[in-house]
Design a protein. Structure first.
Length: 211
């Protein structure tokens, strides 16, 4: 799959669940809850020692687009891709992370919230960035202002987004998809409450209809 095709898949789903996994055994029931909720996408953050094992489990689960989040180093790029991640997300714009992804042909979504950062992403040949942390970086108004000079750049706002404000971001043409953890609460995953994840996921998916 090309970079463009991968981003098109995210655009088709409009949402990217950002997952923190404390137990790889939760990966499969979580994947099932996301699929049942109508959102076969997961960005598993490398914030826990269990994340790579979780990516490995989810990558083997058919029909789920699995990415790795919170990727901070080229070494983590390799580990995540070896575990089966099909795209890489970074909270900031690291040239080393981006170049490693480009060298091995893996789509990368680095964080960018200023004109300088977005311009650096353009120079690196990227077509999409993560607008993170979205809420504290100016929210939808900032995404809109930033999109104006960078025609063609697409944004994935993430951070501080929930059911109450997701529509404000999805209304912007420059928004490729919106990321967030509100449909995959860490506490619910820890408690094994996958019915809750499924319910929140279907509600979130319903909120994207008509996009
Ligand atoms: C991320 O890593 O993308 C964020 O931590 C997700 O932000 P949220 O938990 O505020 O949705």
């Amino acid at each position: 799959m090309t970079v463009h095709e991968t981003w098109q898949q995210l655009a088709d789903h409009a949402l990217v669940p950002v997952v923190v996994l404390d137990d790889p055994a939760a990966a499969l029931p979580l994947g099932q809850a996301l699929v049942d909720g109508g959102l076969p996408v997961a960005e598993v953050t490398l914030r826990t020692p269990e994340a790579l094992a979780g990516i490995r489990e989810l990558a083997g689960y058919g029909g789920l687009l699995v990415g790795a989040g919170t990727v901070l180093t080229p070494q983590q790029v390799d580990l995540a891709v070896e575990a089966g991640a099909r795209y890489v997300v970074s909270p900031g714009l690291s040239r080393a992370v981006v170049e490693r992804c480009q060298a091995i042909g893996v789509p990368v979504l680095p964080g960018a919230v200023t004109a300088t950062e977005v311009q650096a992403a353009v120079e690196l040949g990227l077509e999409a960035v993560k607008f993170f942390p979205a809420a504290t970086s100016g929210g939808p108004a900032a995404v809109s202002a930033l999109a104006a000079p960078f025609a063609g750049m697409r944004f994935v706002p993430t951070g501080g987004i929930d059911a109450g404000n997701v529509a404000d971001y999805l209304a912007l043409p420059a928004v490729l998809a919106v990321g967030g953890s509100w449909m995959v609460p860490r506490a619910a995953i820890r408690a094994g409450d996958f019915a809750r994840v499924r319910e929140l996921t279907s509600q979130a998916v319903a909120a994207t209809r008509g996009r």
